[in-house]
Design a protein around this ligand. Structure first.
Ligand SMILES: [Zn+2]
Length: 200
């Protein structure tokens, strides 16, 4: 069993990473073994350090070593806009593209009847209360153009109605069924510029 073969354990675990299969995991492990001092040991240390020190930002849900992430701590950013994204990968895609300078709210998924994910799981109450702050003028719904992404956006827009905040949605450029993280930066920038208001 796995107890006496740590090499197999490592390969099996690596193979579960997105984009890797058993064959790639095996190659990666061989490469690590060959570069034990220059790569494998530092990597093991990195993983352990990140696992112990990085957590979700209490404000937006991003990952950081502090309770409040560096984006939320940055007072130079536009405090009047909140961009709502499905996950941290989407937040990073936005930052990479440099198309948004406001605050974020990471949902941690989308509403899904099949997967049993309801609004309670997505910290939507907290988003609604934050959006009611005087400083906030616009909430940009940047969920994916998938059915679940759209459903979630509509639900949030409805919940935000009493706050009187302007609610916009990423527009042109996001292909139907498209996930944000897979868009190139230009497409994402265009989608942000062409966002449209979905309430009045
Ligand atoms: Zn944050």
């Amino acid at each position: 069993m796995s107890v006496d073969n740590p090499l197999d354990d490592l390969i099996r675990r690596l193979a579960r990473l997105p984009g890797l299969g058993t064959r790639s995991a095996r190659r990666a492990v061989l490469h690590l073994m060959i570069n034990r001092d220059s790569l494998m040991l530092p990597l093991a240390e990195d993983i352990s350090r990140v696992a112990q020190s990085v957590r979700h930002c209490v404000e937006c849900g991003n990952f950081d070593t502090a309770d409040t992430c560096r984006i939320c701590r940055n007072t130079d950013r536009d405090q009047s806009r909140i961009c709502v994204v499905e996950d941290v990968a989407d937040l990073w895609a936005m930052e990479r593209a440099g198309v948004f300078s406001g605050r974020y709210h990471v949902l941690g998924g989308v509403m899904s009847a099949i997967d049993g994910v309801g609004p309670e799981e997505l910290r939507i109450d907290y988003l609604v209360s934050k959006s009611g702050e005087d400083a906030v003028q616009e909430v940009i719904l940047a969920t994916s153009a998938t059915v679940d992404g759209q459903t979630t956006a509509h639900y949030i827009a409805e919940r935000l109605e009493p706050t009187k905040v302007q609610v916009t949605r990423l527009a042109h450029g996001v292909p139907v069924g498209g996930e944000l993280d897979y868009l190139d930066d230009g497409t994402l920038a265009q989608a942000m510029r062409a966002r449209r208001q979905i309430n009045d």
